[in-house]
Design a binder for this molecule. Structure first.
Ligand code: SF4
Length: 250
C-alpha cells in the first residue's frame, strides 16, 4: 500500500468510527477539491454521513453545475441549505445588494446571513460534523486537530484531511476520476461566492483570492475560526468559509 492509499484508509477508518461513536454525523461540503475527495470516499464506501452544502444565492455557475453532477454521479442527495429570506432582505435594505464591498462589517453581516445562520441550522441536532480543512492551507489552521470538540457549535468536529497536502488531494482526484469544480482549472484556489472570489496568479497567496479588497486580518473571519481567537459576530457566532482551496489545474 503506497502513502496515499494509507492516508485514504485512515480517512475511511476515521469516518466509519465517527459514525459509530457520534451519529448523526454530517459533512459540510463547499464543493472544493478536498470536499470532493471526501464525497468520493463517503459515497463509494457507503459511509452513513449525510452531505450538505450552503447555497448562499451568490455561488458561481460552475459550483451549481458540480452540485447537479455529483448527485447523478454518486446517486446521492445533497442537502442544500438556503439563507433565511428575512435576513437577506434586511441586509440588502441596509447595505445594498453588493454592500459587502463597502465595509468589513457589511461583508460579515452578509456572510452571517448567507452562511453562518444556515450553517447553524445544518448542524442543529447533529453530534459531529466533517470538514475538508487541511493544516497547510493557512496559519490559522496550525493548531487544528483531526478530531476535537467544537465548542462554538457544540458538537465534535472532524478534519480527516488535516495532514493531506495539496498534491495528495489532486493525486486522489486524478487516480479516482473524481468530478471537481472547473474553476480550479482557471486558477481559482477559493470556491466561495462569485462576487467575493477571484482567480490568483501562480505563486500568489491562496488567500488573496478571497475578499481581496479587505485587509488580511479581516479576511480571517470565517466559518472555522474560533470566536475565542478571532473576531466574534454580534450574535455570538463566528464564521469562516471552508472554501480556501489550493488549486492545481489539471
Ligand atoms: S462571501 Fe461575499 S456574497 Fe458570499 S456571503 Fe460572504 S460577503 Fe456575501
Amino acid at each position: 500500500m503506497n502513502g496515499l492509499d494509507q492516508k485514504v484508509e485512515q480517512v475511511r477508518t476515521l469516518l466509519a468510527e465517527a459514525v459509530r461513536d457520534f451519529s448523526p454525523v454530517v459533512f459540510a461540503s463547499s464543493l472544493g477539491a478536498e470536499d470532493m475527495v471526501l464525497t468520493d470516499i463517503i459515497a463509494n464506501n457507503r459511509i452513513g454521513i449525510d452531505i450538505f452544502s450552503l447555497d448562499t444565492g451568490r455561488l458561481p455557475e460552475e459550483t451549481y453545475n458540480l452540485m447537479h453532477k455529483i448527485e447523478n454521479f454518486y446517486a446521492i442527495q445533497l442537502k442544500v441549505y438556503f439563507p433565511d429570506r428575512a435576513l437577506v432582505e434586511k441586509f440588502i435594505a441596509q447595505f445594498g445588494v453588493n454592500g459587502f464591498y463597502e465595509s468589513s462589517n457589511a461583508r460579515k453581516e452578509c456572510c452571517f446571513a448567507r452562511k453562518i445562520e444556515p450553517l447553524r441550522r445544518a448542524l442543529a441536532g447533529k453530534n459531529a460534523w466533517v470538514t475538508g480543512l487541511r493544516r497547510d492551507q493557512a496559519v490559522t489552521r496550525s493548531n487544528l486537530e483531526v478530531s476535537a470538540f467544537d465548542a462554538d457549535n457544540g458538537l465534535q468536529k472532524l478534519n480527516p484531511l488535516l495532514e493531506w497536502t495539496n498534491r495528495d488531494v489532486w493525486a486522489y482526484i486524478r487516480q479516482h476520476d473524481v468530478p471537481y469544480n472547473k474553476l480550479h482549472d482557471q486558477f481559482y484556489p477559493s470556491l466561495g461566492c462569485a462576487p467575493c472570489t477571484r482567480s490568483v496568479t501562480p505563486g500568489e497567496d491562496i488567500r488573496s483570492g478571497r475578499w481581496w479588497w479587505e485587509s488580511p486580518e479581516d479576511r480571517e473571519w470565517n466559518l472555522h475560526v474560533s470566536r475565542n481567537s478571532e473576531i466574534a459576530h454580534g450574535t455570538g457566532v463566528s464564521a469562516q468559509t471552508s472554501g480556501e482551496r489550493s488549486a492545481e489545474p489539471a
